[in-house]
Design a protein around this ligand. Structure first.
Ligand SMILES: [Zn+2]
Length: 319
């Protein structure tokens, strides 16, 4: 289905009032920075990279409201694309993903040096904070998939961290998007090997599901404890969800893009379907796209198919 054929699911998650939080306590609007004064990791949590993905904003607002402070190292909280968030409309929630272009596809030197969009200008403001962070967790939500997905990227250090966190059940080792570099892959975060960085992108569920707020808060709590920013006993107990009974990891082998923007799905995929080789997935401008191998897992079918975007990704089961 493309966006014109999709019946939007109701958006039930409340929109957070960020009138206080958007000021930040730094020279960068929407950015908060806390220094424990003790040795420890520089850690960063980012929300609203996409303006209609509210769960991370709720998590950061919850942190700020709790009075919790890092016990070690530094902690930066960033409300990223506030200009897009300001356009949020629950009746028509897809357009507020961004203003001019996707904030999460501009993290390469060529785009950051060409301030031709609202998102590039904002990324340039956020960049020094990302460069400073050794550990980064970026909060997102999804159009069609319903269960939370930990997008670990391909680096083993991040897959290992995702397994250590204990939730969510599903980890996706993915290489990113043809349309541009994501923030979580920027600079040192995208380099191979053990360089001391960790970056995770948590997809907390369907954009409008109230549970995405709880998923984001649980992930925030686990990430901050694992980073050593806080001790487990510091964290309000209600922030933690139970561990997943079992975690599985899928490695993305390829992305299906739609150069034409006219991709059509053969079925209303929700994601995580496991298909035998040859199963028809859809059509890119009348060309059939089929599962290329057995136990092919469909990852995050997109709802809003514009020319050049990633339609979905295909993955093998690795753990
Ligand atoms: Zn997103």
């Amino acid at each position: 289905m493309n966006s014109t054929e999709t019946t939007p699911r109701p958006f039930e998650l409340a929109c957070p009032d960020l009138s206080a939080e958007r000021r930040g306590n730094t020279d960068t609007a929407g950015v908060w920075h806390f220094d424990s004064g003790e040795p420890g990791r520089p850690v960063m949590l980012t929300a609203l990279v996409h303006g209609n993905e509210l769960c991370g904003a709720w998590a950061l607002k919850t942190f700020l409201g709790s009075g919790l402070q890092p016990r070690r190292g530094t902690l930066t909280l960033a409300f990223c694309n506030l200009a897009a968030f300001d356009r949020f409309d629950r009746q028509d929630y897809l357009p507020s993903r961004f203003v001019d272009e996707d904030f999460n596809r501009v993290w390469s030197p060529d785009k950051l040096s060409d301030p031709g969009s609202s998102e590039r200008r904002r990324a340039v403001e956020i960049r020094p904070w990302v460069e400073r962070a050794d550990w980064l967790m970026d909060f997102h939500s999804m159009s069609l998939s319903e269960v939370p997905l930990q997008m670990s990227g391909v680096q083993q250090r991040n897959i290992d961290l995702a397994l250590k966190l204990g939730t969510p059940a599903t980890i996706i080792a993915d290489a990113g998007h043809a349309a541009g570099v994501r923030m979580r892959d920027y600079g040192r975060h995208g380099e191979p090997g053990e360089n001391g960085t960790r970056s995770l992108l948590i997809e907390c569920g369907f954009h409008g599901a109230p549970e995405t707020r709880d998923v984001a808060i649980d992930q925030m709590a686990r990430f901050l404890v694992e980073a050593g920013s806080v001790d487990r006993a510091d964290v309000p107990p209600g922030w933690f969800a139970p561990d997943a009974p079992r975690q599985r990891a899928f490695k993305v082998t390829e992305a299906v893009a739609t150069p034409s923007g006219r991709f059509r799905y053969a079925q209303p995929w929700k994601g995580l379907e496991i298909l035998p080789a040859g199963t028809l997935i859809g059509w890119e401008d009348e060309q059939s796209v089929v599962a290329p191998y057995d136990d092919c897992v469909l990852i995050m079918p997109a709802a809003n198919l514009r020319p050049g975007v990633t339609v979905l990704r295909l993955a093998q089961i690795v753990a």
